[in-house]
Design a protein around this ligand. Structure first.
Ligand code: SF4
Ligand code: SF4
Length: 347
């Protein structure tokens, strides 16, 4: 693994050079909200953020994604034939992603990229993307990444990890993709020993700043049906308004719905984000809804992330502790409290 550095004053120039070979994405502020968006000019990127409001999952699973198009014109030979929509999968680089969000993509890969099932759009988007992470030196009070397998300087899922060491960024080059990216110009140079030590100290300091802790250790042991029937779901679900904010902001929520949209004789098949919190999400064609009550939907969200995922993939919980759902739930439902209830549940 190479450890390099780039002077801050050279970062903008480097990113502009990158645009010759990569489509560039990074955090940009709009009002007081940061989002990961395509970058036309490196000066748009603002790395002074804590995290983006929406997770960057739309980079791989767009909120609305055109999958196929078709014609209904009977005079055409290909009437009613689904044709894949062509998209741009040329190399792209995402600058400044937080370690928790990069790790989230790894947790979601188990759903979209398995030996049995490969979602072509997810896989192609993952393959063409180089993730340049930015270590968190100031975690939020709602972050609990260190309790769920991550950390503010976690490297999992990243190709390069940047650390702000004052006048420069230290760059840990973690993969082949990362190596190709830093070689795109000669702005990076070997980092001196003192800077490496400084970055290590900053990492340890940040780790200690994550004061919010949860214990998930008992979740694999607890009986699934017993947990499903626990009486605490009554209290947990009571104030939820099924707004879906928690699922839309979450980097590990992956549910989608597929719709056909037809205009005249031209149509396209689109997948859109959906959410288990919405009453129509599990409505069957027969009219039966297995999660017709709010308690069923709230329980599903937490059971999926904290029990079904744990049991199915043996990969820990499907939560990276980013704290978005804690910060933005309008009725203050706090997943950390639900984890505690679930983890401590005894029949
Ligand atoms: S803290 Fe909430 S929003 Fe963040 S990964 Fe966990 S469940 Fe998703
Ligand atoms: S954000 Fe809160 S109120 Fe809205 S669906 Fe999620 S838990 Fe319910």
């Amino acid at each position: 693994m190479k450890v390099l550095k780039i002077e801050k004053q050279n970062l903008s120039g480097f990113l502009d050079k990158l645009r010759d070979t990569y489509r560039l994405y990074g955090p940009v502020i709009d009002g007081d909200i940061f989002s990961f968006v395509p970058i036309q000019d490196a000066s748009q990127i603002d790395l002074s953020f804590q995290n983006s409001r929406l997770s960057p999952k739309s980079l791989f699973l767009p909120q609305s994604e055109r999958m196929f198009e078709y014609t209904l014109d009977p005079s055409k030979d290909d009437a009613h034939v689904l044709k894949e929509v062509q998209k741009d999968y040329s190399p792209r680089a995402v600058i400044g992603i937080r370690p928790c969000d990069a790790r989230a993509f790894r947790l979601v890969d188990v759903n979209f990229d398995t030996p049995e099932l490969r979602d072509p759009w997810w896989v192609k988007a993952r393959d063409c993307t180089t993730l340049v992470g930015l270590g968190c030196t100031s975690p939020c009070s709602t972050c609990f990444c260190t309790s769920v397998g991550g950390g503010p300087f976690d490297e999992e899922g990243l190709d390069v990890l940047l650390t702000d060491v004052g006048g420069a960024f230290l760059a840990k080059v973690l993969t082949q993709k990362g190596e190709q990216l830093v070689e795109a110009s000669n702005d990076f140079e070997p980092a001196e020993e003192g800077l490496v030590e400084k970055a290590t100290a900053l990492g340890q300091e940040a780790q200690e700043k994550v004061v919010s802790k949860v214990d998930t250790s008992m979740l694999p042991e607890i009986d699934t049906l017993a947990l499903y029937g626990a009486d605490f779901w009554e209290a947990v679900h009571f104030s939820c308004v099924n707004c879906g904010i928690c699922t839309y902001l979450c980097p590990t929520c992956w549910c989608f719905d597929i719709q056909d949209e037809t205009h005249g004789r031209a149509g396209c098949r689109i997948r859109n984000w959906d959410a288990c919190m919405f009453p129509l999400f599990s409505l069957h064609a027969s009219g039966h809804n297995p999660r017709g009550q709010k308690i069923d939907r709230v329980r599903q969200r937490f059971m999926h992330k904290l029990k079904y995922y744990v049991d199915t993939y043996k990969n820990g919980v499907a939560c990276v502790g980013c704290g978005r759902c804690v910060q933005h739930c309008p009725v203050n439902i706090d997943i950390r409290e639900v984890i505690k209830l679930m983890n401590e549940y005894r029949e």
